[in-house]
Design a binder for this molecule. Structure first.
Ligand code: ADP
Length: 250
């Protein structure tokens, strides 16, 4: 489903080269639930941007749903993007549109029939428990509810997988827990879920309960992967050679 093979990404700026990801290899299977954990600067946003084709890898191969992103034709990019639902930290809802319209809008831009929209939108909103708040405006909802609308919008196309980018960054601890559990529920219906976050305490708490896989990024490398314990040994060796400190999460 999601395959990174020796993927690197270096950003060239006017006076420096920033290595954001270095030789990343990982594989995420259909139906998996994966936390990608790392603190600021570890390469998390770059990981997401490469999958969404907002940025291109400078080395290696990314394959998503059988499509090699190095070879994909430009006109196929929107279709690939529709196969993944993305949820952002800042919700990205349109303030002047109702909850229903915010979710429907995501479908209207893709020429889907009104009849299909009328059945899909309430279905997506019921999955996140907001069917009774369809006519509200975003600012009439709590932060957690706004994030649920964003999750419904990500689900409305029936994507093969969901990527969440720091989905709890703007939420208090209780709402964060609710949203994280919502992702668990989404995964239970067969959708692959990748949640990228620095919230390491929350992740460890939930992963212990649900036995999720955790991939940790540090210095643009995979520091550990609970599905592949050998990765941690390789990283430890490299980190010792390079003199990386063992960083604490903040
Ligand atoms: P995270 O999301 O984990 O904080 P990022 O992927 O944003 O990490 O960044 C990883 C590294 O790449 C950082 O050192 C950052 O400064 C650098 N970086 C990210 N985006 C850019 C960019 N557009 N131009 C230059 N350097 C960048």
């Amino acid at each position: 489903m999601i395959d990174f093979e020796h993927v690197s990404k270096t950003y060239e700026t006017h006076n420096s080269e920033n290595v954001a990801l270095e030789d990343i290899s990982l594989h995420i299977d259909e139906g998996e639930f994966v936390w990608v954990l790392g603190h600021s600067g570890a390469g998390k946003s770059t990981f997401i941007k490469l999958m969404q084709m907002e940025e291109r890898a400078t080395g290696g191969t990314i394959t998503i749903n059988g499509q090699n992103l190095n070879k994909i034709k430009r006109k196929k990019v929107p279709f690939l993007r529709r196969e993944m639902g993305v949820v952002f930290q800042d919700f990205r809802l349109i303030p002047t549109m109702t909850v229903y319209e915010n979710v429907a809008f995501a479908m209207r831009v893709t020429n889907i029939s009104t009849k299909h929209i009328k059945s899909r939108v309430p279905f997506a909103l019921s999955l996140v428990g907001l069917e009774d708040k369809m006519d509200r405006l975003p600012d009439e909802l709590s932060g957690g509810e706004q994030q649920r609308v964003a999750v419904a919008r990500a689900l409305v196309h029936g994507p093969k997988f969901i990527i969440a980018d720091e989905p709890t960054g703007n939420l208090d601890p209780e709402m964060s827990m609710d949203i994280m559990q919502l992702f668990e529920a989404i995964n239970k219906v067969g959708i692959t879920v990748v949640v990228v976050t620095h919230e390491h305490q929350l992740v460890h708490k939930l992963a212990a309960k649900y036995h999720n896989r955790i991939i940790t990024l540090a210095h643009g490398l995979v520091k550990s992967d609970t599905a592949d314990p050998l990765v941690a040994e390789e990283y430890a060796q490299l980190a010792a050679e390079r003199g990386y400190e063992d960083e604490e999460f903040v």
